[in-house]
Write a protein that binds this ligand. Structure first.
Ligand code: C2O
Ligand code: CU
Length: 515
C-alpha cells in the first residue's frame, strides 16, 4: 500500500497562543502540519511544493526516526542528502514505513522547524500492551514570538548579550493562552485557548507524546494521575509507571493513562513544564490543556494541583537508562570501532558563537550534497574538516563516546538508525561499563548532559551518510553535526543522480540568480 500526501508549504500568520501577527511556515495552511499515517511496511509518498514567499526560502522535510533503508537520498537533509527544494519547485519523497510507532516530520532547512514547519508521523504496528483508545499525537513544544531566522542571527551574533533567547510560551497541541501581562505592547495580544481532551474514567487511553519544540526540555504530567510509559521513540519497552514524563527535543514517549476522578473534580489540568536552569529559558515555562472526565461541562476550568516540579540538579538528564528496557531484545555486538567525539562551543575569528563536534562546526554545501559526492566516489572529505564526515568504512558496529565540554544540554539524534545508549552520566566513562548489557536501551534521540558523557552504539547496516546532531534548533544552525558515513562502497544504488538532480538543478539555478 502507498500512502500519498500533497504538501504545499507557505508563509502565513498564526497565533496558536493568542499572540497575533506572528509569521510562521505552514503546510496546506495548517500548523502543525497534517498527521502522516501509515501501517508498518507501507510506502509513504509526500509531494512537497515550496510556495514560501516574502522572503523566499528553501526547504526540505526530514522524517524523524525512519531508517530510510535503501533510500538515503529521501532523508531530507540539505547539504547531506539533497539540495534545498527551491522556491517554486516541488520534490516527491518516497520511502518505506520500515519501523512503527510515534514520530514526527520537520523541516531540516535552517531552524525552519521552529517557525512551525513540523507535524506528527504515526506508523501503526503490533501493540505489546492492551488499551481501549488511541488518542493520537500530543505535541509538546516551546513557542517563540520572534521569527526563527532572527533568533538564529542572535545566537550566533558577535554580541553575547543576544545569545539568550527565551521562548515565549509552551504549547500542548498548538494551544495555550499567552499571558499578555508579559508584554508591554498589548496590541498584538488576542485570546488564546486550551486544548481539550474528553475522557471516561476507568477507560485506558494511549497518548503519543512528542517534544516537537526548538530548545526546551518538557516534563509532562496530568494532575493526580499515573502514567505508564510503554514506548520511547520507536522502541517498545517494558511498561513502567511514573507521574512525570521527561522529553528532550525530538524525543517521543507513548504513555497509557486510565483517568480517575480526583477529589470529586472531573476537570483536570494536563501540563507540560520547561524546567531546569540550564535546560531551557522560558518566559512562560508551563503549557496546559484541559482533561474533562465523564461528560464534565465543556466550560469547566480545572482547579487541580500540579505534582511538584522535578528537582533541578542542572543535568537536564533523561530518566535513568535502567528504567527503559526494550520489549524486543536486540543483542549488542562487540563494537568493531570505538570513536570519541568532544563537543565544544567556540567563538570564531569573526566573533560568532558556534558549536564544534570533533573539532569543527559543520558547514557543507547546499549546492552539492555530501551523499552525491560519496556516490561519485569523491574522497576529498579529509580536506574538508568543516563537512564533519566520519567515514567508518565497512565497520559492522560503531561505538561513539561523546564528551560534552559545553555547559548546554544537547538532545543528540541519529539519522538512519536507532542507537543503543550504553552510558549516560556526569562522570567520565570508564571505558567498559554498559548499562543493562544484555538488553541495553535503544532510541533515536538521547539527552547529553552539560559537561557530561554518553556512549552510544549502532550497527552499520545502512549504506549512506547519516547526520548525528543536537536537536536544539539553534545548535543545529551553529554547526553541531557530524555525518556518519557508512559503507560508502555500497551507496551507489541506482537512481541517485536522477534524484539529486530533482532538487539540485532548481536550487543551483535559483542561487545563480539570487545571490
Ligand atoms: Cu529530527 Cu536531523 O532530525
Ligand atoms: Cu545542543
Amino acid at each position: 500500500v502507498t500512502r500519498r500526501y500533497d504538501f504545499v508549504i507557505s508563509r502565513g500568520e498564526l497565533a496558536p497562543d493568542g499572540y497575533l501577527k506572528k509569521s510562521g511556515i505552514l503546510i496546506n495552511g495548517q500548523f502543525p502540519g497534517p498527521t502522516i499515517e501509515a501501517n508498518w511496511g507501507d510506502m509513504i509518498e509526500v509531494t512537497v511544493k515550496n510556495n514560501i514567499t516574502g522572503p523566499f526560502e528553501g526547504t526540505a522535510l526530514h522524517w524523524h526516526g525512519l531508517f530510510q533503508k535503501g533510500s538515503a537520498w529521501y532523508d531530507g537533509v540539505p547539504s547531506v542528502s539533497q539540495c534545498p527544494i527551491a522556491p517554486g519547485a516541488s520534490f516527491k519523497y518516497k520511502f518505506q514505513a520500515g519501523v512503527f510507532g510515534t514520530s514526527w516530520y520537520h523541516s531540516h532547512y535552517s531552524a525552519q522547524a521552529a517557525g512551525g514547519l513540523f507535524g506528527p508521523l504515526i506508523v501503526y504496528g503490533p501493540s505489546h500492551v492492551d488499551y481501549d483508545e488511541d488518542v493520537g499525537p500530543v505535541m509538546l513544544a516551546d513557542w517563540f514570538h520572534k521569527d526563527y531566522f532572527d533568533i538564529v542571527k542572535n545566537v550566533m551574533s558577535t554580541n553575547s548579550t543576544l545569545w539568550a533567547n527565551p521562548s515565549d510560551n509552551t504549547l500542548i497541541n498548538a494551544r495555550n493562552p499567552y499571558n499578555c501581562s508579559l508584554v508591554k505592547d498589548k496590541n498584538p495580544c488576542g485570546t488564546g485557548s486550551y486544548s481539550k481532551f474528553h475522557f471516561k474514567s476507568g477507560r485506558t487511553y494511549k497518548l503519543r507524546l512528542i517534544n516537537s519544540g526548538a530548545a526546551g526540555m518538557q516534563y509532562f504530567s496530568i494532575d493526580g494521575q499515573t502514567l505508564q510509559i510503554i514506548s520511547i521513540d520507536l522502541t517498545d519497552i517494558k511498561p513502567y509507571n511514573t507521574s512525570i514524563v521527561t522529553l528532550g527535543v525530538g524525543q517521543r514517549s507513548d504513555v497509557l493513562f486510565t483517568p480517575k476522578v480526583v477529589n470529586g473534580t472531573k476537570a483536570i489540568w494536563m501540563r507540560t513544564l520547561q524546567s531546569g536552569k540550564f535546560c531551557q529559558r522560558a518566559a512562560n515555562p508551563e503549557g496546559r490543556a484541559i482533561v474533562l472526565l465523564d461528560g464534565a461541562k465543556d466550560t469547566s476550568i480545572p482547579v487541580t494541583t500540579a505534582y511538584p516540579a522535578p528537582i533541578d540538579d542542572g543535568t537536564c538528564k533523561n530518566e535513568p537508562l535502567e528504567n527503559s528496557v526494550p520489549h524486543y531484545v536486540e543483542e549488542l555486538p562487540e563494537p568493531s570501532v570505538t570513536f570519541q567525539i568532544t563537543v565544544n562551543t567556540i567563538v570564531n575569528k569573526t566573533g560568532n558563537q558556534l558549536y564544534t563536534m570533533n573539532g569543527s562546526p559543520f558547514m557543507a554545501n547546499y549546492n552539492n550534497p555530501l551523499l552525491n559526492l560519496a556516490y561519485q566516489k569523491n574522497t576529498s572529505y579529509p580536506d574538508h574538516p568543516e563537512w564533519n564526515v566520519l567515514n567508518f568504512g565497512t565497520n559492522s558496529s560503531v561505538r561513539i563516546v561523546i564528551w560534552n565540554n559545553s555547559t548546554g544540554p544537547h538532545p543528540m539524534h541519529i539519522h538512519g538508525h536507532d542507537m543503543w545508549i550504553l552510558y549516560d552520566g556526569n562522570d567520565k566513562w570508564d571505558g567498559t561499563t554498559v548499562v543493562n548489557p544484555a538488553n541495553p536501551q535503544r532510541r533515536d534521540t538521547h539527552n547529553l548532559r552539560p559537561k557530561g558523557w554518553m556512549v552510544m552504539q549502532y550497527n552499520a547496516d545502512n549504506p549512506g551518510i547519516w547526520p548525528f546532531h543536537c536537536h536544539i534548533a539553534w545548535h543545529l544552525s551553529m554547526g553541531m553535526y557530524v555525518n556518519l558515513m557508512e559503507r560508502p562502497g555500497e551507496i551507489d544504488q541506482a537512481g541517485i543522480p536522477g534524484i539529486i538532480a530533482q532538487t539540485c538543478d532548481a536550487w543551483n539555478k535559483y542561487t545563480e540568480t539570487n545571490v
